[in-house]
Design a protein around this ligand. Structure first.
Ligand SMILES: Cc1ncc(C[n+]2csc(CCO)c2C)c(N)n1
Length: 222
């Protein structure tokens, strides 16, 4: 086994990419409340399409499981995304985006690249590979929201308060801690040092894809 918990080890291996993702210019502008609305709308639309594919990834996690404990975790993850999607549709409505707008949108190449990469990491690998590919999404958003939460506390009228508060909520933070715990549990069962380069590659790539997702929003605002 490693000295560090596996998640911390992966994060330290991908430290520069992790920093780019969790402190991205999109998020700095969001925190300041200066993020252009067009950037956030593009993000919301693409995130809806992203959530469809990520639901499939949790369904794949059930398929890749050998124990009920893992199947239950996959079921909880899938349920969390489906309910996150309801919330997402309501948030979109407040930003002037109807369910029809969301359904009609074309997937951006950044959305295709990220989501199909995660699905492929899971299909070609085992449950640990898949959870390592999912980790930047689930755990990164918890870190990001903790970083941005003070901006909302300082200004309840903050334009992005709803998004930030959702991920800063204790409910979401505890789901993210459970995701770390699941990686540690899978790591105890199936991690070997020989797997580190490939797991690092999967984790780094998913982290880079998250940065590209923010960048797609900024680019849409020109
Ligand atoms: C690009 C992108 N990355 C991460 C998330 C956050 N997220 C997506 S699925 C999921 C798991 C359970 O709901 C979480 C936290 C997002 N919405 N969009």
């Amino acid at each position: 086994m490693t000295e560090l918990p596996l998640f911390d080890l992966l994060k330290s291996q991908a430290a520069d990419h992790w920093q780019d993702y969790t402190r991205h210019e999109f998020l700095r502008q969001m925190g300041h409340g200066s993020l252009p609305e067009a950037a956030f709308r593009e993000y919301l639309i693409q995130d809806y399409l992203f959530l469809i594919q990520f639901s499939r990834a949790y369904a794949l996690a059930a398929y890749k499981s050998r124990e009920f404990a893992d199947i239950r975790a996959a079921q909880d993850g899938l349920a969390a995304i489906v309910s996150e999607t309801d919330l997402h549709v309501r948030l979109c409505a407040r930003w002037g985006l109807s369910p029809e707008d969301l359904e009609a949108a074309e997937e951006h190449q950044s959305t295709v690249a990220y989501t199909r990469f995660v699905l492929d990491a899971g299909m070609s690998g085992d449950l640990l590979d898949l959870h390592v590919a999912l980790a930047p999404c689930v755990i990164g958003y918890a870190e990001i929201a903790q970083w941005l939460a003070p901006a909302v506390e300082a200004n309840p009228e903050h334009p992005y308060a709803e998004w930030i508060s959702e991920y800063a909520s204790e409910e979401y933070q505890s789901a993210a801690r459970a995701a770390v715990e699941q990686i540690e549990s899978l790591g105890r069962r199936s991690y070997t040092e020989a797997r580190l380069p490939e797991l690092t590659r999967v984790f780094s790539t998913a982290t880079r894809m998250e940065s590209a997702f923010w960048q797609m929003g900024l680019d849409a605002a020109g």
